[in-house]
Ligand binder design. Sequence first.
Ligand code: SF4
Ligand code: SF4
Ligand code: SF4
Ligand code: FES
Length: 947
Amino acid sequence: MTLIRELDTGTPIRVADTTVTLTIDGQSVTVPKGTSIMAAAASMGTQVPKLCATDSLEPFGSCRLCIVQIEGRRGYPASCTTPAEEGLVVHTENSAIAKRRRGVMELYISDHPLNCLTCSANGDCELQDMAGKVGLREVRYGYDGANHLAAPTDESNPYFTFEASKCIACSRCVRACEETQGTFALTMEGRGFASKISAGGTDFMGSECVSCGACVQACPTATLNEKSVIALGTPEHSVVTTCAYCGVGCSFKAEMKGETVVRMVPYKDGKANAGHSCVKGRFAFGYATHKDRKTKPMIRAAITDPWQEVSWEEAIAHAASEFKRIQAQYGRDSVGGITSSRCTNEETFLVQKLIRGAFGNNNVDTCARVCHSPTGYGLSATLGTSAGTQDFASVDHSDMILVIGANPTDGHPVFASRMKRRLRAGAKLIVADPRRIDLVRSPHIEAQHHLPLLPGTNVALLNAMAHVVVTEGLIAEDYVRERCDLAEFENWARFIALEKNSPEASEALTGVPAAEVRSAARLFATGGNAAIYYGLGVTEHSQGTTTVMAMANLSMATGNIGKLGAGVNPLRGQNNVQGACDMGSFPHELTGYRHISDDAAREMFESFWGVPISADPGLRIPNMLDDAVEGTFKALYIQGEDIAQSDPDTQHVTAGLQAMECIVVQDLFLNETAKYAHVFLPGSSFLEKDGTFTNAERRINRVRKVMSPLGGLADWEATAALSNALGFPMNYSHPGEIMDEIASLTPSFAGVSYAKLDAEGSLQWPCNETAPLGTPMMHVDRFVRGKGRFMLTEFVPTEERTGALFPLILTTGRILSQYNVGAQTRRTENSRWHEEDVLEIHPFDAESRGVQDGDLVALESRSGDIALRARVSERMQPGVVYTTFHHAKTGANVITTDFSDWATNCPEYKVTAVQVRRTNRPSEWQARFFDEDVSLTRIAAPLDAAE
Ligand code: SF4
Ligand code: SF4
Ligand code: SF4
Ligand code: FES
């Protein structure tokens, strides 16, 4: 294995309808119009020396190393800033050019430390490479004059250093922060010799920097360098794999030394990220080898007993015998399982196969239940498929973007950077969110409309926007007539035109001024290609499904589905939540969203697997817990989920878990759910196995093993072992064989194989005979369901109400540096940015309660209470407070309710009536949490150690 080095063409190869042909060093080359001479030369294999250029950035033309000669033109133009033109005759090398380049390089080197042999970037430094390439053999100027060799080093960022003495002032970092990331944290201060890079006059940690790593990636020297490279040395080989955090699905090169990850470098050919990254995927991989990893299987008879380490064979045999005992005693349906959106498609497929084939029921569910299940239901009903309509690149063609219930800069940062690029290029923006999220106003971006609606009123707001479209004649009539069910449309149009759906009538519900809604609706309908991007602020409501349908209605009514720059686009949460849904993780669906009552689909599986499959939908997670409390549901196999922390109404969840007789938890860590478990199977991280993840664009990306599983088995191997012990054989030698089985059982995956994924890089389903290379955009000429279906979206307020006792509404969300329950990110330096969950509260609400910034406050709801620190913030609106749920000890879900979406049971995390008051101690639940953390996680000394 070698270190993968992608070609750097210096400046981007442009996309254009016309081409130009020129001659470079005697060779004819044709490139799209607008491409630079440097990139044209690179495309024919000639690398012109360069320092300030790199092809992820626009040309800058400062270093003068890339000079060329053009016949008929005077001087030595920079090839990075000179466009290729028809008929040009260019020379990239001759003695005059070489002499000038050596002169330029001599100046750089004369102000650069000459410790190449001991430099952390030795062998991976463009300055070093270029010095060799231009043939620099001597430096005539000494270090006696003014220089930068004593410039200080900034070590403040936990992941990278800024060693100013090595800076060549090429400005690639500044431009990367602006163009690639869109944060504008860096500037070039001063001019000429005095010019230096500044992080806003402070150190990196104190600046606006979000630690995305784009500047580190762009830096041609060791000035910006990963601390892991400094500690471990330059990597030796690399493997392309996929980030295991969010649904953007960024591709990375895991750069390795043996089985140690030295760094994760965003992969330029990754179709979801095109070489960009965020702080999590780029830097927060240390959890995979954290000392908290549990790598030995363990069992115990009761949760109050200490864990006993055992062999894999013993743990699997014990789990299998418990499941058999419980089914014999309480019936076939008394057991079930939960698949993981953190695990691969292949692993998820095996867990649902085990439940359907070995347990003999459909009691399988997934964490998508608690996040995007309304997406599946709502988009399936209206458009005919349970997934987003576009690829990420589509946003490059959007003229108008509506972001609702999503905070992309924190939740989906790499896609947010792409969206921000489009916004800086002139696309218009509407943000519908109770909070003033960063996107509302950030460098060079300002939303045309921020609609700060009250949590729980998405449907009323979208109905009001649709009302404007219908009553002001803004319907895309030809589109609707041609592509949608007309009777359904007319029915919907009559409903939506009712006065109760007008912006004026809705204002009292949403809190958004009617004039603002009218103006936003007009902009959406008339602003060109209009795209909707949404997140859990849409789905995690009692009307989550209705909101998804309302967005589909609005997009169809304005002709914004089935074309570039448009669509209804769920920003999926976890890395493989799309895949977990695709793989048949729901109790009513087989892979590819075929209903379990579909005889033909079921028969296909029955004949392949050789077992009968129940035609009855199984239990959803909340039903499993309810039945456990009732005493009829007794055992659960949970792979890679922590429902005790992530699911709402913690006390109810833990009551359900405590009532069961056997819980098998398969995870990297002894998580909150494991406190109630009887068998612990060590999980494997994404670095330890092969497989695939499917991102929010339906893109199937390969996950590749770079190190051996620390616990000995990959998750898919453990599931197969359990299934074999239960008497339902699973014999695979590699996850590629599991994908072959998925492909043969799932029409939308029929054309997917590891060989094709390796050849193409990734594939977006549907991938089959009609679309052998996948489907970037859905519903192009017709909707998957045939005619687009407008659904009636009556606004029904949540039953959760504010009142005298609980006058505020709590809504929840994520922040950039932590991820979900924090199991991974809390075990990395990312905690430096977010050590604890805090409560954001508007100054008015804070002042009226005597609460000051940093005070400990009690947060109480009808479900329970917790204590956390207050952060007084103008981002909030009066009456609404906000927190995250990244730290188990906070117990954010102790206070959320068990209200849920009418169609899918997706919990209503986003609306909880609460009261806030000052306090000086943790809540009762929190005090108990700390006790249980000790009492329910004890591990007995190994038997041989005791002897
Ligand atoms: S790490 Fe990212 S945000 Fe921070 S300065 Fe570099 S490019 Fe800007
Ligand atoms: S820090 Fe690196 S990228 Fe930035 S100006 Fe200096 S050498 Fe160039
Ligand atoms: S945006 Fe998401 S997938 Fe990409 S690096 Fe960040 S966490 Fe990973
Ligand atoms: S690479 Fe062209 S001027 Fe620097």
